[in-house]
Design a protein around this ligand. Sequence first.
Ligand code: ADP
Ligand code: DP6
Length: 333
Amino acid sequence: MSREVVCRASPSLALVKYWGKKPGRGNRPATPSLAVTLGGITTETRVRLAPAHGHTDTVVLNGQTQPPERFRPFFESLRRRVRRRSSAQGDLPFFDVDSRNDFPSAAGLASSSSGFAALALGCSRAAGLELSVRELSALARLGSASAARSLFGGFTLLPAGGRSARQLHPPQHWPELRILVVVVSEQAKPISSRRAMEATRGSSPYYRAWLRDAAALLPRALEALRRRDLEALGEAALVSYSRMHAAMIAAGPPVLYWLPGTVAAIHECRRLRAEGIGAWETLDAGPQVKILCLAPDVAAIAERLRRLPELGPSVRLLEARPGEGPVCGVTGE
Ligand code: ADP
Ligand code: DP6
């Protein structure tokens, strides 16, 4: 049996959003992002070295071979690291990757974050590279900037222009926090986060204002998180996603991910808050709604969502909590 590395990682949900890139190459974020790693939602990635002298990397996601362009900067950077660290002049490694997400992919649930985090860990292990978690975070960032955060558990920060993310608090900082994910649509989204972000930068007159405001919002959110103040953190998260979407909707042509179920869930959260139940929604690049709340309120919030005609009793709800960072194992040795 040949050697296989198996890694699991969870998506990183931004409370303060990354949206937009610094000019130039290297996939550096233009805004700081503050996030929580979603324990209970998982990507599982299996990596083998490609047969000797094979010169292609193959990534299969949920049974479908992925277009290679998206993965090229990641694999090339990984091979540069292998070359730098090894004295031997042997063949550089290529990779066969098989990955599965237990949640909808490319649909606004941050699959690229857990996907590239698991890939960075799995491929570096398969190549025999011992990288620090900061180096892994920088490598994952080349695939997807949000993935830099998924290398860590708990609550994470990726600064504007940052090369890597870091952990601010472990998951145990806030054990009662829950994130209820409302799967409004199982479909892949019509436009990827990357293209939508570029469209916003290139054509939204609000893009500059978004950048200025995003930086100003961060200290408030950090302090709220430090104090475990759901209301203050929820308010900051609300402002962050609303302004990010306002900038997107102002692009030409507009980027609009919202569906009727999205809007219905947003209004239900407002009603719940008016009744004194802490239900603070946030949205990413997709129609899904993620609700920050506390463990004792999950059942009541879920029941109210199921009653909405736009969602219905069978709507898929995923309950996540602050989770651990990725784990990895090796089989066939
Ligand atoms: P999402 O909202 O799910 O993050 P994105 O458009 O940002 O959507 O990213 C989706 C892309 O991320 C996929 O098209 C694929 O290229 C990559 N991706 C998602 N899941 C994985 C995975 N498990 N392994 C490798 N790449 C993945
Ligand atoms: C709305 O990290 O998917 O989820 O770096 O181009 O891969 P790329 O973008 P990606 O964008 C995430 C955007 C977001 C907010 C966030 O996660 O911070």
